[in-house]
Design a protein around this ligand. Structure first.
Ligand code: GRF
Length: 194
């Protein structure tokens, strides 16, 4: 049975594109929906260019009317993948998909996470803390930022001459290598929708 992956993203969408491509010729799972809370987010263009239905939604549709939840259910999403999504997920969506919503954070949680810690701010904080390593954390999503149970972590060195850009590039490489594989392994574990 084909499993359906939905991606929520707010920004550039390089992880979303990587995941779409990874599953594009997989007969077990595919990305059949990309949703963004920013109408100009490049992720929407990337998804459309790859033939994946992509929609913008606003706060009301996410937190008040339930339209986003209804779309996820109508599309029969088996797994919701956050990839650079910057809003808290409403409780109604968490409840409906508990254990089937995951996120990737570009640092080794529990450090360097939480509200406002995203993108280059994370790498800046890691450099300012003088860490000798950084990495990625893939975790279940709950009602708080970056605090669900950890599923997977991968590490990379922080080099003495690193700046935000060089560290970000090294962490992105870990994201691209591991996020699709973690999703694929989860697909094998996820029971059917019913
Ligand atoms: C990535 O660094 C990811 O770890 C974080 O947001 C960023 C998304 O980048 N959650 P992109 O939009 O996939 O390029």
């Amino acid at each position: 049975m084909m499993r359906n992956i939905a991606i929520l993203a707010s920004g550039t969408g390089t992880n979303a594109e990587n995941i779409i491509r990874y599953f594009s010729n997989d007969n077990r799972a595919k990305v059949n929906l990309v949703l963004s809370n920013r109408s100009q987010a490049m992720v929407l263009e990337r998804a459309a260019a790859l033939g994946v239905d992509a929609f913008f939604f606003d706060r009301s549709q996410f937190y008040d009317t339930g339209e986003v939840l209804m779309m996820l259910q109508r599309r029969e999403s088996d797994l919701i993948v956050l990839a650079g999504f910057l809003w808290l997920v409403p409780a109604a969506v968490i409840e409906a998909f508990r254990g089937r919503i995951i996120n990737i954070h570009p640092a080794l949680l529990p450090r360097f996470g939480g509200k406002g810690m995203y993108g280059d701010r994370v790498h800046r904080a890691v450099l300012d803390a003088g860490c000798s390593e950084s990495g990625i954390t893939i975790h279940y999503v709950n009602e708080q930022y970056d605090s669900g149970d950890i599923i997977f972590q991968a590490r990379c060195p922080v080099l003495p001459d690193d700046d935000v850009q060089s560290l970000a590039a090294r962490v992105h490489e870990l994201e691209y290598r591991h996020y699709p594989e973690v999703i694929s392994r989860m697909m094998d574990q996820i029971g059917s929708r019913h």
